[in-house]
Design a protein around this ligand. Structure first.
Ligand code: GRF
Length: 213
């Protein structure tokens, strides 16, 4: 596994609001992240995230999946679109589609996602609601590798937030989101610095190398 290029070449996949995409782009702009977003893909042509990308001058592509098209054929179409951009990593940032093995295999260990809970707790949709309903006292966000198993790839980094008694799904989501916006660019910078090591084994685990002095 090697993410050798400098700056790191990224594709970002989005479906909605795009606040994580914005956090990544702003981190690049202020020099905190040595990366370039080469292309942004969306499965929703009306996603507000696409406007954010365009405002930063980034090439975007979007297409709804036609009902008759298989997930594999749809992901092949995405693969063909992004291949010319020679990206090192695909960053899923609020991408609300499960990837088929077509993409996951073509970009093995090169797809990461941010999830608004401390995985393995509360995978899937409405993670913040799940956390409130369960009554946990802490939650947070998880940056992880994407594998065929939903929200179950190796954890790269996590951030913790408190859950207060009077929290609603919205207030908790907002507290977690503030952490997401810091965590995503920080982890991508670790990739750019080649400090993320995936240790193979029955259950692959991530090790983060210390900064070069
Ligand atoms: C975030 O909460 C992220 O954890 C989840 O989807 C949301 C995306 O928000 N995967 P945004 O589109 O980045 O604002």
């Amino acid at each position: 596994m090697s993410y050798r290029k400098s700056p790191l070449r990224l594709a970002v996949f989005v479906s909605g609001r795009g606040s994580n995409l914005r956090a990544i782009l702003e981190a690049i702009e202020r020099g905190a992240l040595n990366a370039r977003v080469e292309v942004v893909w969306s499965n929703h042509p009306k996603a507000p995230a696409l406007e954010i990308a365009k405002n930063f001058g980034i090439q975007t592509y979007a297409k709804l999946k036609p009902h008759k098209m298989s997930s594999a054929a749809y992901d092949k179409l995405i693969l063909d679109l992004i291949t010319p951009y020679e990206v090192d990593l695909i960053a899923l940032a609020g991408y609300f589609r499960i990837l088929s093995p077509v993409l996951i295999r073509a970009f093995r260990w090169k797809i990461v996602n941010i999830h608004p809970s401390l995985l393995p707790s509360f995978p899937g949709l409405h993670a913040q609601k799940q956390a409130i309903e369960y009554g946990v006292k802490i939650s947070g966000c998880t940056l992880h590798f994407v594998t065929e198993a939903l929200d179950a790839g190796p954890v790269i980094a996590q951030r913790v937030v408190p859950v207060f008694d009077d929290d609603t799904e919205e207030t908790l989501a907002e507290r977690i989101l503030a952490q997401e916006h810091q965590l995503y660019p920080e982890v991508l910078e670790l990739f750019a610095e080649q400090r993320i090591i995936l240790e193979d084994g029955k259950k692959p685990q991530v090790r983060i190398l210390s900064a070069k002095k």
